[in-house]
Write a protein that binds this ligand. Structure first.
Ligand code: DOR
Ligand code: ZN
Length: 440
């Protein structure tokens, strides 16, 4: 298959922007730049990308795909379709499946399902401890050999400092990234939302910021003494930001991500949004939200990751305290990222860093836009303003707090590892997503 993408603004951080074409033959970039179209007069698919951006494929390093075990919420195939529509070309599914991804057999199964789905790249994160129980380490060497790109007990903390230290030492020896779900259960147990004025008003037990930042501080200390690579998942508090910023100044090999919901919502939104705004860690205060935005701008936070956490409508219809934690994000993250650009929090190159280059580097994959490399790219129409309609999502779940939001820009053409995984021009069923030039 010969594909020609014409007239895009090619934006690859670290290189000079150009307006040009990208020619792709059998999945490999064969020509790129101004006039590259001339190298492919016989393309079978021509993508008119005038006024669009072409960026290295977006990477979501933190998703939950629910397969094996809870396929009614999401499968690897449905999650991959949601990812591709959201502009992602690679996703890292967390190990809290059923059974959990704590053995090479489960890692193999996930990768088999990913191969069958033939969509975006699936780079599994394996468990730190057997059964995610926080006690006995999994076999990091075997898990890495079978394709795990990182280890995490996400969903649960590794409460024992001694076990976490052992995990960091072992991960360091295997060159694996450790992703910390930083939560001190002695602060958070029994809590269902941020501790503050909103939780008091609603009469819901709260989770204080300390539940997160005390654990972030512990893990930074352990990272510092072990020299392992540590990544803090879903940072939600200003105190965590301060600790990470200081650690980076000292040269500690720590990185961090936050999720779009922490950048746009606070605990004051929970009363109105209900269980679609319930997640762990919870939405925090306005001061936390502002600190997270600043941390993105100054580089303290390296990556935007969705923590895409699908749950079924019947579970999310339960009373607030009984409903599960988590919100989906694969199909809204890019639009919200572009909103950050619109609001001046990030420039476009920084957004591409946070959503592509930096997470790719952390999980060890190459994103180069270069002749001879497999096409792994996202074409974005920054002028396509659209309304979030969960009923149109490719995800099997609907639990988003952003329903009804008007977002600026969306992915129109996505290629992962040389394959076309999303082509908006082929989606005739979806009039709302047709380009609407409202925002330049
Ligand atoms: O909100 C969350 N949902 N936080 C987690 O840590 C786990 C996740 C899930 O698996 O649903
Ligand atoms: Zn998660």
């Amino acid at each position: 298959m010969r594909i020609l993408i014409r007239g895009a603004r090619i934006l690859d951080p670290g290189r000079k922007d150009t307006v040009g074409d990208v020619a792709i033959s059998d999945g490999v970039i064969t020509a790129m730049g101004p006039g590259a179209a001339e190298a492919m007069p016989d393309a079978e698919r021509v993508v008119d990308a005038a006024e669009c951006l072409l960026v290295p494929g977006l990477v979501d390093m933190h998703v939950h795909l629910r397969e094996p075990g809870q396929e009614h919420k999401e499968t690897i195939a449905s999650g991959c379709r949601a990812a591709a529509r959201g502009g992602f070309t690679a996703v890292c599914p967390m190990p809290n499946t059923d059974p959990p991804n704590d053995s090479p057999e489960v890692t193999d199964y996930i990768l088999q399902r990913a191969t069958a789905a033939n969509g975006v790249r699936v780079l599994p994160v394996a468990a730190i401890t057997k059964g995610l129980a926080g006690e006995v380490l999994t076999d990091f060497g075997a898990l890495k050999a079978h394709g795990a790109v990182a280890v995490s007990d996400d969903g649960q903390p590794v409460s024992s400092g001694a076990v976490m230290q052992q995990a960091l030492e072992t991960a360091r020896d295997h060159g694996l990234l450790v992703i910390s779900h930083s939560e001190d259960l002695s602060f958070s147990a029994g809590g269902h939302m941020n501790a503050g004025t909103a939780s008091r008003r609603m009469g819901v037990a709260g989770v204080p910021n300390a539940a997160e930042f005390v654990m972030v501080a512990r893990d930074i200390s352990l990272c510092e003494i072990t020299g392992a690579r540590l990544h803090i998942a879903h940072v939600s508090t200003q105190q965590s930001v301060l600790a990470i910023r200081k650690a980076k100044e000292r040269g500690v090999p720590v990185s961090a991500e936050t999720a779009p919901h922490y950048l746009f919502l606070t605990d004051q939104d929970v009363e109105k949004l209900g269980t679609d705004a319930k997640m762990s860690p919870p939405l925090r205060s306005e001061a936390d939200r502002m600190a997270l935005r600043e941390a993105l701008t100054d580089g303290t936070i390296d990556a935007i990751a969705t923590d895409h956490a699908p749950h079924s409508p019947d579970e999310k219809a339960l009373p607030f305290e009984q409903a599960p934690n988590g919100v989906i994000g694969l199909e809204t993250s890019l639009g919200l990222g572009l909103q950050l650009v619109r609001e001046g929090v990030l420039d476009m190159a920084q957004l591409v860093e946070k959503m592509s280059c930096s997470p790719a580097g952390l999980v060890g994959i190459d994103r180069r836009l270069a002749v001879g490399a497999p096409a792994d790219l996202t074409v974005i129409d920054p002028a396509a303003s659209w309304t979030v309609r969960p009923e149109l999502f490719a995800s099997r779940s609907r639990n988003t707090p952003f329903a009804g939001w008007r977002l600026p820009g969306r992915a129109v053409f996505t290629m992962a590892a040389g394959r076309v995984v999303f082509d908006a021009a082929m989606e005739n069923d979806d009039p709302e997503h047709k380009t609407e030039k409202q925002y330049g």
